[in-house]
Design a protein around this ligand. Structure first.
Ligand code: SF4
Length: 434
């Protein structure tokens, strides 16, 4: 029996973290985790139609190659009767700690289905990080909402927050093992702790008090739960150990559509939160998600979404066209024609790209230190500054991981172009700032 395994992971950073745990457990069992192996763990995502279609076509490809495939993640957990799962061993989002048993039985040709829903923390389990400098930390499982378009809820269930001291211990260990960036992830970070008498701001206070050098990226957080502790959140976001970046999915600009989506907030609450964040932290990067073409969205509703975008000028918008997800309430509604949805997505994208470039041009002239983590195209390096803005420089012999003091000289729709500052220029600017 060859102890080699390959991972294919779809979806969000929570799914990424689950794959890193499963890889860590199999490595502990003596498996070699590699890019091409006879045994594959396919960790799936159920959020959109195209993601599901790409899962099915990739699965067919793997089977044609004669590979043994364990299907993991949100598709089997949310719909074990899914047509593509027949005859496959399945492991869900709750039982990833039993991947060792699953791999052994699968390679022995025995059937096994692990789709239990017992809540437990997974922070003590071994991990195999995709990038040794980045630790993806799940802080809870599930959420408190029941959005009518969402299939993820069927997979991840009700909110189960992990204990703050376990999260702090996990992060402290990860930093000792080389992590420099800590990505907090879950289905809804603003719901964190509301089931255990805590909240995201209180957790962040504990995390930043860890006496080590690292920086935190706060993951997706819905507007509705924020209101319970927003002023505390604004205060802790000033801390140097937190990227000045927030991702608050608003989804639509019309209160009528938000109500039909069962999103428990108004467009004006999002406006207020963005205004408060910008007043407190003028250079903060605001990210959001918007769904185009939700079944009950009229042209006038869509115009309200465009107006919300003009008013709040987000720096990042994950624009999705609406996809009916089987088993969700919204899938039962009369759907908007695909051509109409496409047109709305195109109009929103055009508006966003104009705003994004204008926002980025405000950064021209900015000087500061950036850690360049990745190689980019055409001999460049790519990094993120304190506001999680993407910065690109010519590599000029530098390597990923280098920290470089730069000045932004140009801006595009999605990134900032910068030049490294010479020693003299550095002492000049540092002198000027002092
Ligand atoms: S908050 Fe809404 S969209 Fe997010 S996982 Fe929960 S139900 Fe789905």
């Amino acid at each position: 029996m060859t102890k080699k395994v390959q991972f294919i992971t779809q979806g969000c950073s929570a799914n990424q973290a689950d794959s890193e745990v499963m890889a860590g457990l199999l490595q502990q069992d003596g498996y070699e985790v590699c890019d091409d192996a006879p045994l594959v763990v396919f960790n799936t995502c159920t959020v959109k139609g195209p993601t599901e279609t790409s899962f099915e076509s990739k699965l067919a490809e793997l089977k044609a190659q004669g590979k043994q495939v364990i299907i993991a993640g949100c598709i089997p957990q949310s719909d074990k009767k899914h047509r593509a799962l027949k005859g496959h061993n399945l492991i869900g989002t709750y039982e990833i700690d039993r991947i060792g048993e699953m791999a052994k039985q699968t390679q022995a040709g025995e059937e096994l289905v692990l789709l239990g829903r017992k809540n437990r923390t997974r922070l003590e389990l071994p991990k195999m990080r995709r990038d040794n400098a980045i630790e993806v930390v799940p802080i809870s499982h599930g959420c408190l909402s029941s959005c009518t378009f969402c299939k993820t809820k069927h997979a991840r269930g009700e909110l189960y927050s992990y204990q703050p001291q376990e999260i702090v211990r996990h992060i402290s260990t990860a930093v000792s093992n080389g992590a420099q960036e800590i990505w907090l992830t879950s289905q809804d970070n603003s719901a964190y702790g509301l089931d255990i008498g805590s909240n995201l701001a209180a957790l962040l206070e504990e995390i930043v008090s860890i006496p080590k050098d690292f920086i935190v990226r706060v993951g997706m957080a819905n507007p509705d739960h924020f209101k319970h502790f927003f002023s505390d959140f604004l205060r802790v976001m000033h801390h140097d150990k937190i990227f000045k970046f927030v991702h608050i999915p608003v989804q639509a600009g019309s209160d009528a559509v938000l109500a039909d989506m069962k999103r428990e907030y108004s467009a004006d609450l999002f406006r207020e939160q963005v205004a408060a964040l910008r007043a407190e932290l003028p250079q903060i990067t605001i990210g959001t998600d918007i769904i185009c073409g939700f079944p009950t969205e009229s042209e006038d509703d869509f115009l309200q979404t465009l107006e919300l975008v003009r008013d709040t000028r987000p720096d990042v918008i994950n624009i999705s066209r609406y996809w009916p997800r089987q088993g969700t309430p919204a899938a039962k509604l009369k759907q908007i024609p695909g051509s109409e949805i496409k047109d709305r997505t195109r109009r929103l994208t055009a508006l966003f790209q104009q705003i994004s470039e204008e926002n980025n041009r405000n950064w021209i002239g900015w000087e500061g230190e950036v850690c360049f983590r990745e190689r980019g195209k055409n001999n460049t390096l790519v990094g993120k500054n304190f506001a999680y803005k993407q910065v690109i420089i010519d590599d000029a012999g530098r390597v990923p991981g280098d920290r470089v003091r730069v000045r932004v000289v140009d801006a595009g729709t999605f990134d900032l172009r910068a030049i490294p500052l010479t020693q003299d220029q550095q002492s000049e600017t540092i002198g000027a700032v002092a």
